[in-house]
Design a protein around this ligand. Structure first.
Ligand SMILES: [Zn+2]
Length: 154
């Protein structure tokens, strides 16, 4: 009885609470008028071109959600300008993100996935600011921003 996944197994064998087919995600993202790379980024782990995302230089107070399932991922307080061309955050909301080792492209990186729907969001690097020392390097197209609601609890 084998207990380890075989080489060549799908990269993300874990099951996420929200499951949809590729066609369903594509239709959903189109209906939301998501940015063009959103489907390729979130469902095929593509990386948008740097300095092209609408949230790269976006500093309004609020929350950033998963473009696919609307799960809250980051608050604007933790966003910082890393100068790398992608929206960067020093901290994710607790439990919002699932981290997976990624050895693609000959690099050792840590991939970040939405814990609810498994959307690829970007990578996390250990070169961020204090106190976390982390840099969540996100694809703008994988995010959806919402302003704080009037009267909402904080
Ligand atoms: Zn999600």
């Amino acid at each position: 009885m084998e207990t380890f996944p075989k080489p060549g197994a799908p990269p993300h064998p874990m099951q996420f609470p929200i499951q949809k087919t590729a066609e369903q995600w594509q239709a959903l993202l189109q209906a939301k008028q998501a940015e063009l790379p959103a489907f390729a980024v979130t469902r095929h782990a593509a990386t948008e071109r740097p300095f092209t995302g609408k949230y790269e230089q976006h500093w309004a107070p609020g929350q950033y959600h998963c473009i696919c399932c609307d799960a809250p991922l980051f608050v604007s307080d933790t966003k910082f300008d890393a100068g790398c061309g992608w929206p960067s955050f020093s901290q994710a909301l607790p439990g919002a993100i699932t981290e997976v080792a990624d050895h693609s492209h000959g690099m050792r990186r840590v991939e970040t996935l939405c814990s609810q729907c498994g959307a690829h969001l970007g990578h996390v690097f250990p070169d961020g600011p204090a106190p976390t020392g982390l840099r969540y390097c996100m694809n703008s197209a994988a995010l959806h921003f919402s302003e704080p609601e009037a009267g909402a609890h904080t």
